[in-house]
Structure formats: structure tokens, C-alpha cells
Design a protein. Structure first.
Length: 241
């Protein structure tokens, strides 16, 4: 879908919840089932997952945090480790300064308790806005998010969408900075989805598994970063919760 906003317009986030629900309701109606998922259906799925044998996994040798760092760097992410949440703003400021990026960002509301002002970083807690008619000096160029968990095997970040954890914060800005407690690092993707089921019960509207900057090799098999999203991914690992 192509949008052609006027020069002074603001792009509002697209809410697709109602569209998705209508599509699923039509599918269920064609199957002779009620529009909404029943408790019995949920219990049947949970029973199947409980009894179904898990497939083989390669396993993680050594510490999962170290494994995550190694794999994340292989995927072209950068990583800095800090001791506590209080050190996150200073770490972000150092990262932006090293790249000569303006100390401005949008962030998830969950990060509003951090003292960004003391670190000299101007942060707004809202979804990013990128106007395709604006030049590179305008719009929200840095997005700061948390994550649901991180995956050691692949160096990936799993983000679950929600009103306070909007997916666009990690997808629209040119630079994505993720704040990740080491306690939220799991060995593999199977463990990540098991954690979702145990803590959330069901998947949200969108689940994004981010493995480094956006990239493509469509043109002459040459890898180009930032083709469909951020071309920088920086992870701030917090040693203590």
C-alpha cells in the first residue's frame, strides 16, 4: 500500500487489529466454528504442545550471555555491557556521540524512568514518525526499545508488539538501540516461544525476531544493510535487573 501524505501531514500508526479479527472470523465461520477462539480450543492446543515431543536442538556450549554477544556481533549488531539500568542512558549517549548522531530518540514508555536528561539525550515516548517526503535530517532517526527476550543461538532479539511496546520503534528509525537484561537471554528460539506461552499465554498481534540490521542481497548478491529497516542495531546488555 502506497501512502501519499501532504507535505505538512503526520503519519499515524496503522491499526490492523480489526482487519485481522474480521479475516479470522470469516475463516472460522467457513469452518463452522464460532468467531472467537473457545476455551476448549485453547486447552486442546496447550495439551498438544505439552505432549508433543520437542525436536533436537544443538545446545549452547558455555554461558548463554557470551554466546549471545558472539552471535549478535556476527549478525553485525554492536554490543555494550553495563552493570545496571541506571547506566543505560550514558551508554546510549556514548554510542550516539561515537557515530556523530544527534542525541535525540523515541523510546518505549517503559524506559521513561531512566535519567536521559542527565546523559544529554532528548527522548520522547511515542511511536516514530518517518515522512517519505522529508529529507534524512528530519523524522525520528533513533529508536530505543526493550525486548521480550534475546536468543543466544542466533544473536536475535524477540519483540512482542503492544500499546506500550510498539513494533515501529525497532523497525522505522535508521538506528535501533535495544536495552536487554541478561536475565532475559534464552538459549534458542524454542525456549523463546515457550517463554511467551508461559508468561503471556498467547502471541500478540506481531512478533518480531530481529537478527542484526536489515539487509538484502537482491542486487548482484551484494549484501546491503538498511534495505528494509534500520541499518544499525546496538544492544545495551544490563548485567543486573
Amino acid at each position: 500500500m502506497t501512502q501519499n501524505p501532504s507535505a505538512d501531514s503526520t503519519l499515524a500508526p496503522l491499526n490492523t487489529d480489526s482487519v485481522r479479527n474480521r479475516i479470522f472470523a470469516r475463516i472460522r465461520a467457513a469452518q463452522g466454528r464460532p468467531a472467537q477462539t473457545t476455551q476448549g480450543e485453547r486447552e486442546a492446543v496447550a495439551d498438544y504442545l505439552q505432549r508433543h515431543p520437542a525436536g533436537p536442538r544443538p545446545g549452547i556450549a558455555g554461558d548463554v550471555t557470551e554466546a549471545f554477544v558472539v552471535q549478535a556481533q556476527k549478525m553485525a549488531s554492536t554490543v555494550e555491557r553495563v552493570r545496571s539500568h541506571a547506566e543505560v542512558p550514558a551508554a546510549v549517549a556514548r554510542y550516539l556521540q561515537a557515530l556523530a548522531l544527534a542525541p535525540r530518540a523515541v523510546a518505549w514508555p517503559a524506559l521513561s524512568a531512566l535519567d536521559w536528561q542527565a546523559a544529554g539525550v532528548e527522548v520522547e515516548y511515542r511511536p516514530p514518525v518517518r515522512d517519505p517526503q522529508a529529507d534524512r535530517e528530519h523524522g525520528d532517526l533513533v529508536g530505543i526499545t526493550g525486548c521480550f527476550c534475546a536468543v543466544a543461538e542466533t544473536g536475535s532479539l524477540m519483540l512482542l508488539s503492544g500499546p506500550e511496546s510498539f513494533a515501529s520503534g525497532a523497525l522505522l528509525p535508521e538506528t535501533h538501540i535495544a536495552v536487554v537484561p541478561v536475565s532475559r537471554i534464552v538459549p534458542d528460539l524454542e525456549a523463546a516461544f515457550a517463554l511467551v506461552r508461559s508468561e503471556r499465554g498467547e502471541l500478540p498481534r506481531a512478533t518480531n525476531v530481529i537478527s542484526g540490521p536489515s539487509r538484502t542481497g537482491d542486487i548482484e548478491q551484494t549484501i546491503v544493510l538498511g534495505a528494509h529497516g534500520p541499518y544499525r542495531v546496538h544492544v545495551v546488555l544490563i548485567e543486573q535487573d
